[in-house]
Design a protein around this ligand. Structure first.
Ligand code: FAD
Length: 471
């Protein structure tokens, strides 16, 4: 609310950008406040009714801890964090009135949900005469900027990546702004973090997550530093082997914006130059999926290839539950699900095997798998999750061909040949030293394989043959 008598007050509205580094909105708000000898408050508003679907359980756990860490980081800069819950329009308007706020600043949202939030916020702020200043963003490049020669969005990754890496390199990241002053108490009322009820209580299933992760910007930096000093050099050759700690594990930090992709790009190039490109190419998939989501907002439920809406999916909840619980009798699939249960994360190679098993061996809808991972992954992402599920299923952009059906045993033999990963997560599947792949019939406490892969493959190919591309 603009009143010339009140001291200048800028509000930073946070969403999926829970950091202080490379944060255009926070930097600009502090600049404005310094210029006007005023103050800055940050606000996070949890409006679940506005979400297209509620956050999954693992994401809620992450969000709680990420907000706790962010409150401390902001406090160091002299910016209090106010938490609110409920209707975004009402809450934002109330915060602006209570704090006599002159301007609301946010990093521009690039997912359909965040853009919807921005439209709602503008509606709420207009009658108050308070502008919403949206700049920057959470991607390396604006999603409508990378287009083919004929002005269309890319549907194939390789040319997209070529265009991005050669012609649209991300802007340099901004440093964390200097503190505005010592920590101050908020002049706007807010809720406690506990009252947002983001954590699981009965039962508290998050013990494994607590052991595995440090949500927040400091955790992201620690993860990034460890990766830059260690695995990045062997990333290209080892990233497919789930027993190796060869990938960055940065995905949940990127998902919640604790690390910006611009900072990531900059840090990798500064330390490793062109040797970092195999890694950045994978980060390019994140960008690609977000650009796809921008063009196809229904990507989480609707196949990008329309003929797949007629695919003869099966409807077997009992088999789906065996898959979810890691009881398929295929150790590599079950190990992936157990890793997910315990840590909220699964190695990328194993995600592909597990997903292929659901859609091709079991012939169950990819949307079920997408929903399952949405609930259980700490990095559950509105773009990467459906993008990858559509890719594995053969119905997405630049998707794996449907006739390429992963053989779980061969995948295990190739990428976990000594069974280290499988034994770690499914110790009952074989005694140490057993041949994991031959031991199926002698296993005691572990289920027999729930299907014959060869027969399942034939069934999947027959189902595919029933589809004709839409004219
Ligand atoms: P690294 O190999 O270190 O890669 C660095 C970053 O690049 C990742 O953090 C991620 O942001 C990005 N990236 C890497 N591979 C991919 C990819 N294939 N697609 C998109 N971005 C990628 N990733 C998510 O972030 N959220 C999801 O919800 C998600 N769901 C998936 C579901 C399925 C079925 C599959 C097959 C993959 C999914 N992925 C998802 C992609 C990928 O598995 C994870 O990004 C990766 O395993 C995260 O681990 P990392 O950070 O160590 O990756």
């Amino acid at each position: 609310m603009s009143t010339s008598l009140a001291p200048y007050h800028a509000l930073v509205w946070l969403r999926d950008d829970l950091r202080t580094d490379d944060h255009p909105a926070l930097t600009e708000a502090i600049r404005l406040a310094r210029q006007h000898n005023g103050r800055v408050t940050a606000v996070y508003i949890l409006d679940e009714a506005l979400w297209s679907r509620p956050l999954g359980g693992a994401s809620r756990w992450w969000l709680h801890h990420s907000l706790a860490a962010l409150a401390d980081d902001l406090q160091r800069l002299g910016v209090p964090l106010v938490l609110r819950q409920g209707d975004l329009r009402q809450q934002l308007a109330d915060v602006v009135r209570q704090g006599s706020v002159q301007a609301v600043l946010c990093n521009r949202g690039q997912t359909p949900f965040l853009r919807r939030c921005e439209a709602a916020a503008r509606e709420a702020l207009e009658p108050l005469g308070c502008p919403l200043l949206a700049g920057g963003g959470e991607l390396m490049v604006e999603p409508d900027k990378i287009l083919t020669g004929s002005g269309q969005p890319y549907r194939v990754f390789t040319p997209f990546w070529k265009a991005l890496s050669q012609h649209h390199q991300p802007k340099a990241p901004l440093p964390e702004p200097e503190a505005l002053g010592p920590g101050v108490a908020p002049v706007i009322s807010g809720l406690t973090l506990a009252s947002l009820a983001l954590l699981p209580s009965t039962p508290d299933w998050a013990g494994g997550l607590r052991k595995s992760w440090q949500p927040g910007q400091a955790g992201a930096r620690r993860c990034l530093d460890a990766f830059l000093q260690g695995s990045v050099a062997r990333y290209g050759s080892q990233r497919d082997f789930p027993a190796q700690p060869a990938t960055s594990r940065l995905s949940p930090h990127l998902r919640f914006g604790e690390l910006s992709p611009r900072r990531l790009w900059d840090a990798v190039i500064a330390l490793h130059g062109a040797d970092g490109m195999p890694f950045l190419r994978e980060v390019g998939w994140r960008e690609f999926n977000h650009h796809l989501l921008f063009q196809w907002p229904e990507m989480a439920t609707v196949p990008l290839k329309p003929e797949f809406t007629r695919f003869p999916w099966r409807d077997d909840q009992r088999e789906f539950q065996r898959w979810c619980r890691g009881l398929t009798g295929f150790p590599i699939v079950d190990a992936g699900q157990r890793e997910l249960w315990q840590t909220g994360w699964m190695h990328n190679r194993v995600r592909m095997i597990v997903a292929s098993f659901l859609v091709k061996d079991l012939l169950l809808p990819w949307q079920w798998g997408e929903e399952w991972m949405w609930d259980t992954l700490v990095d559950a992402c509105p773009a990467n999750n459906p993008g990858n599920w559509q890719w594995v299923s053969g119905c997405g952009a630049d998707a794996a061909p449907y006739f390429r059906v992963f053989n779980p045993s061969l995948q295990a033999a190739k990428f976990d040949s000594d069974g280290l990963y499988q034994r770690r997560w499914v110790p009952e599947s074989a005694a140490p030293g057993d041949d994991l792949f031959a031991a199926a019939s002698t296993r005691r406490r572990y289920p027999l394989p729930m299907l014959d892969h060869g027969a399942a493959r034939d069934r999947a190919l027959a189902a595919l043959a029933s589809l004709k591309p839409d004219p």
